[in-house]
Write a protein that binds this ligand. Sequence first.
Ligand SMILES: C[S@@+](CC[C@H](N)C(=O)[O-])C[C@H]1O[C@@H](n2cnc3c(N)ncnc32)[C@H](O)[C@@H]1O
Length: 288
Amino acid sequence: MWISDNWKEYELFDCGGGERLECWNGVWLVRPDPQAIWERSAPDHPRWASPDGRYLRSKSGGGEWQRFSMPERWTLSYGSLRFHIRPMNFKHTGLFPEQAVNWDWAGEQIRSAGRPVRVLNLFAYTGGATISAAAHGAGVCHVDAARGMVALGRENAALSGLADRPIRWIVDDCMKFIEREARRGSRYDAIIMDPPSYGRGPSGEVWHIEDALEGLVMSACALLSDDPLFVLVNSYSTGLSPWSAGYILQSCAERRYGGVTECGELGIPVTASGLCLPAGNAARWSRR
Ligand SMILES: C[S@@+](CC[C@H](N)C(=O)[O-])C[C@H]1O[C@@H](n2cnc3c(N)ncnc32)[C@H](O)[C@@H]1O
């Protein structure tokens, strides 16, 4: 398991009974988690009963935030990176803390390349991977279909002191953008992507990751430069083994450029139990 254990301002304190108890820079949240199906280790911790905010699932699907003493928004640091945190739809906070281990890995690849690196970040959300890659010296093209998410990414870059870095902020459908970049002859040294499990394309077409992932990764890998560094595919699709994405990377990248493909789960350490909560998976190919 690849564990995001370098956080100072985020802590997953306890989890169990289908929920997690987290502290986000002093703000305690209780959120549903379908993986946390075991008993809580610290069921009597007072914050389980009185968090600053709790996301309650409704029986009809969806859910809503209960705000007790939760601010409208606040900030959270990861090293030199700073992010705005705020309660959002689908129990989200604007940041996926388990992704930090991906940011560190990609950052190390960029730093050790010792040359200018162009990164394409697809389904880039509020910019965690974008900002980390930029902080490690890369030029980044950040693509997300949601205008609001791209705006939050820009805000996070500014908050992290990276507003003047070479980041292109693109509001577009990822597949359409890849096709356009291919026609323009654009090339990237590294690609990061976090495609959703299910969704709709710009013309209402249904997207299932199991059907679409191979075509997406193949098209994206066609944008790789002659001396590419890495491709990272993150996924929260519980039905998809990390090796399903890994085998696609082997055929699209490893077979052509050499290097190595690794696959695994992402995890967050749980203070009260010492366990690690599984929180997604990733497949990554790197040249070196
Ligand atoms: C799971 S989130 C990505 C999390 C992010 N990688 C992180 O580290 O914080 C998925 C994102 O994909 C975007 N998205 C979904 N379908 C898209 C599409 N067809 N083209 C572009 N972006 C899309 C959503 O707006 C959302 O921001």
